[in-house]
Design a protein around this ligand. Structure first.
Ligand code: GLU
Length: 401
């Protein structure tokens, strides 16, 4: 065939988090000794009540089509969650169940973007955001969160980045990959600019339960924000349901209607059984999530302590999510035992995978080549092994003169 394939699709990069996770899992399946802290995938099993609810749904024949936006009971339960936990009033018609949070981001962008629209993406960012913006004909505009400000952007920076073409800002709070969490004051400054500039806000809140020594506030909670915010959330991280692919958009009614239309044409709806599983998750008490948060906090502290002895510049303590974004640029320019020069985060991660069997994600994938990302949503044993391998790998590097 000589006819060209979609140029828009050819212009987007493959997801590096997904690629590394897939490669590491394949290497393990092939019998290789690999420790993977690549993808952010909790190592705990999906809780029992959720699994039971899914089996029950299957046995009761809940295996047919649902409405494109999802079943009413789960959308009602999402509204209750938003009211009880976030103080936000939503009606079921504003909730669209999706095949995971990534799909919910896609829906939100698809509902908003016209050709050439700018979407402000604070950097470092999750790999998927700029690619989806580009894929849908928009232009990602990066605003760098400074290291001194814990990688967060300020209201002033947001204001300066807005132009006539700005359609939306894509916030991720708590942030993947940095673990940064916006305080109420910082968010209210961003909200003021968003309202004043009359733009939309896509707020990916998938890590909301994983905050350490700080509080989480939804971007939709500020004056004038609910009518311009699309909240993204999912069950993958909070309830260890990565493979179930279930999440949601919570949006103002006109946007929710468009998302329902998109979904009716694109996927029809997320899995019926997964929706019943999500309903059970929403009905569970929070004890399990709290236990997980405590475990992640311990693991975070362990990773910080170990890496601080290995790195020349220690990583900052992440306030949320389950990632450590560690500066490794002090090692750039050094030589591997087989003579290769480490020129950036991609080469470093490749070297660590090949020489030590350690899978982590290069910061370049998130728009910051000076760092690498460790996911600490892994067992204590895996974390200990990963740190040993990281140390061994870095110690084996030589100055190249
Ligand atoms: N969100 C997780 C991560 O960043 C899973 C992989 C992905 O979808 O990017 O590792």
């Amino acid at each position: 065939m000589t006819r060209p394939l979609s140029s828009r699709t050819q212009n987007i990069a493959a997801s590096l988090t997904v690629a590394i996770d897939t490669l590491a899992k394949q290497m393990i399946a092939d019998g290789k000794d690999v420790v993977s802290l690549g993808a952010g995938e909790p190592d705990f099993p999906t809780p029992e009540p959720i699994r039971q609810a899914a089996c029950k749904a299957i046995n009761e024949g809940k295996t047919r089509y649902t409405a494109p936006v999802g079943i009413l009971d789960v959308r009602k339960a999402v509204c209750e969650k938003l009211e009880n936990e976030n103080g936000l009033k939503y009606a079921p018609e504003q909730i669209i169940m999706t095949s995971g949070a990534k799909h919910a981001v896609f829906n939100a962008l698809a509902a908003l973007i016209n050709e050439g629209d700018e979407v402000i993406v604070p950097a470092p960012y999750w790999v998927t955001y700029p690619e989806l913006v580009k894929w849908l004909g928009g232009k990602p505009v990066f605003v760098q969160g400074s290291r001194e400000n814990d990688f967060k952007i300020t209201g002033e920076q947001l204001k300066n980045a807005c132009t006539e073409r700005t359609k939306a800002v894509l916030l991720n709070n708590p942030c993947n990959p940095t673990g940064s969490v916006y305080s109420k004051k910082e968010l209210s400054e961003l909200a003021k600019v968003i309202v004043e500039k009359d733009i939309y806000c896509i707020s990916d809140e998938v890590y909301e339960y994983f905050v350490y020594n700080t509080e989480f506030v939804s971007a939709a909670a500020f004056d004038g924000m609910a009518e311009r915010t699309i909240i993204i959330n999912g069950f993958s991280k909070s309830y260890c349901m990565t493979g179930w692919r279930i999440g949601y958009d919570a949006a103002p009614v006109p946007i929710a209607k468009i998302i329902g239309k998109i979904q009716g044409q694109a996927t029809h709806h997320p899995s019926n059984v997964a929706q019943y599983a999500a309903l059970a998750a929403l009905q569970m008490d929070k004890a399990q999530v709290n236990t997980m948060r405590e475990a992640f906090k311990k693991r975070r502290d362990y990773m910080l302590e170990r890496t601080s002895k290995i790195l020349k510049t220690p990583a900052k303590a992440p306030d949320g999510a389950f990632y450590l974004f560690a500066p490794v640029n002090d090692f750039y320019g050094m030589q591997t035992p087989d003579g290769k020069i480490i020129s950036g985060s991609i080469e470093l991660c490749q070297y660590l995978l090949e020489s030590q069997g350690l899978a982590i994600v290069p910061g370049a994938a998130f728009g910051d080549d000076s760092c690498v990302r460790f996911s600490y949503a892994a067992s204590d044993e895996a974390l200990a092994k990963a740190c040993d391998r990281f140390e061994k790998g870095l110690n084996a590097l030589k100055c190249s003169t």
